[in-house]
Design a protein around this ligand. Structure first.
Ligand code: CA
Length: 241
């Protein structure tokens, strides 16, 4: 990936300019749009590498933009970083449930914002690179659930399911070692590498979204009270008779 193209969706001009200034200084190409409707057009047409999405927008609000982008073929795995007003925790949770990969709250430090952007883009790259190193998909749930890290695809009964980057990384991490309990801290560091931008609470929100998308196998991601989560070993291997 030579050029990283950021789409900045922000109706407050000063904030949009601030983000754009720092992004360009860090070598990104940028485009700023001021409404949700235009954002949707640009995402499907220009396929940005990452979207910085304000939630409070004049026409189509940020949550609705997220909802629609995740339904677009072109936008289903585009990293999206949500910018929310301070104190709107319920909006942040709703955003993550709708597939946002990370968030910052206003007022934010531009340096922290840029660090988070680079972090999300780094997560995108190695998975594409993994194609050569790790061609083997792994199969779970009696062959019904297939996780293919190389192609970045998860299928459930042969039907692809759309996961965000965060959900995919989390599922891959938990499912790679069925039966192993992982703490929230371990999940955070596995998904994000060294910089910790997920909180314990947002791990829970991502797990909830992931369970819902896994349908009948959602309960394979078990909560281990007071510890974290594990991907349950196949039920057919438990001792019965
Ligand atoms: Ca706004």
């Amino acid at each position: 990936m030579s050029e990283n193209f950021l789409l900045i969706v922000e109706d407050e001009l000063e904030i949009a300019e601030l983000i754009e200034f720092h992004a360009r200084r860090d070598g990104f190409e940028t485009k700023v749009v001021h409404s949700g409707r235009t954002a949707l057009e640009v995402i499907s047409r220009d396929r940005p590498d990452l979207v910085i999405l304000d939630l409070m927008l004049p026409d189509v609000d940020g949550l609705e933009v997220l909802r629609r982008v995740r339904r677009l073929e072109a936008g289903s795995d585009t990293p999206i970083l949500v910018v929310s007003a301070k104190g709107d925790e319920s909006d942040v949770v709703a955003g993550i449930e709708l597939g946002a990969d990370d968030y910052v709250t206003k007022p934010f430090s531009p340096r922290i914002l840029m660090a988070r952007i680079r972090n999300l883009l780094r997560r995108k790259d190695p998975e594409v690179e993994a194609r050569k190193d790790d061609p083997d998909a792994f199969t779970l749930c009696g062959g019904m659930l297939v996780i293919d890290p190389g192609r970045h695809v998860v299928t459930l009964a042969n039907v692809p399911i759309v996961l965000t980057l965060t959900e995919f990384s989390m599922l891959q991490y938990l499912a790679a070692r069925p039966g192993f309990v992982r703490t929230r801290e371990q999940i955070i560091s596995a998904v994000h590498g060294r910089s910790t931008v997920l909180s314990s609470r947002t791990v829970d929100v991502h797990v909830t979204a992931l369970r819902r998308k896994l349908g009948e196998f959602g309960d394979r991601i078990e909560t281990v009270r007071g510890v974290g989560y594990r991907f349950a070993e196949a039920a057919e291997r438990t001792l019965g008779d």
